[in-house]
Design a protein around this ligand. Sequence first.
Ligand SMILES: [Zn+2]
Length: 376
Amino acid sequence: VIRHGAMLHPLAAAMLHPLASISLSISVFFSQNSKNAQGLVGLRNLGNTCFMNSILQCLSNTHDLRDYCLRNTHRTDLNNNCRANAALMEEFAKLTQILWTSASNEAISPSDFKTQIQKYAPRFVGYNQQDAQEFLRFLLDGLHNEVNRVSVRPRVPVEDFDHLSDDEKAKRMWNKYLEREDSKVVDLFVGQLKSSLTCSECGFCSTVFDPFWDLSLPIAKSSGEVALIDCLRLFTKEDVLDGNEKPTCQRCKARRKCTKKFSIQKFPKVLVLHLKRFSEARVKTAKLSTFVNFPIKELDLREFASDNMNAIYNLYAVSNHTGTTLGGHYTAYCRNPSTGEWYTYNDSRVSPMSSSQVRSSDAYVLFYELALSSRM
Ligand SMILES: [Zn+2]
């Protein structure tokens, strides 16, 4: 009912809602600037739901997304769009609010949230172990769809931007994306990837710009440890497309051997890096437990930028996977956005940890926040 009252002031709508009492305790949370570390509440395991708990804690410690939920800003987005269904966002916000305003540190049950995510993505029905990165993709997609500022996606005509400079083309492509997909989730997590295809015959280079929600990085082969930067280099390495993979060159008008290369055109505020530990074979049996050494502070990505951009990221959360593909367990290491201290989230248990323990061969999904970006 409230959602259809688009004329209602967002604050009034919030106060009419059954969660109004939570809204009040949140205003206390913000005004006191409490020194008690909140966000240290565990999530009960409902039966193999550690993949979900791990990702929920990483998102709960995502500063801007947390505040979006705590300040009920999502309601404004929902009201403006007269959404018929916003149950997933509501449950996600409710859960985040409880994690940050609960009076006790006793673990809570995410079962109401689970009900909604499995309505949105039926693959999460039941209690099978699932892949945390796939879950993250589904969850962000579901939240985005509910708080998308675009209520009716326009048909976007196919336009030819090939006569434009790469920078101009990238901007136009990004704006076209925003005409359809524009939300707080996009503001935070989505970047733009440039893919350049160069013909080996005539040297013609065609460029394509695509949005990305995370980057799946191959793990560089090594008997010992590898550096994250080497995984990024492997991801952006020039790749030869030949044989059956030969693309059609726009200038030659024929299929030609080409080289393909990725670079980052637009750096997202939150960069999610997924380490491809699981083989893509039909039967998932292999897991790479290579130790990937990643920086906790100042991950410098300027060498991967398509133009003269400088981007420096700091790590704030990690989703870890221990064990094998057949039997495994997920936990999360998160830096509390209020105190800057690191904690281990292992389902219902939350315990302090040292930042020196954050790096391990269990790290699976890394969450980085943009600290600095500038044109050089
Ligand atoms: Zn060509």
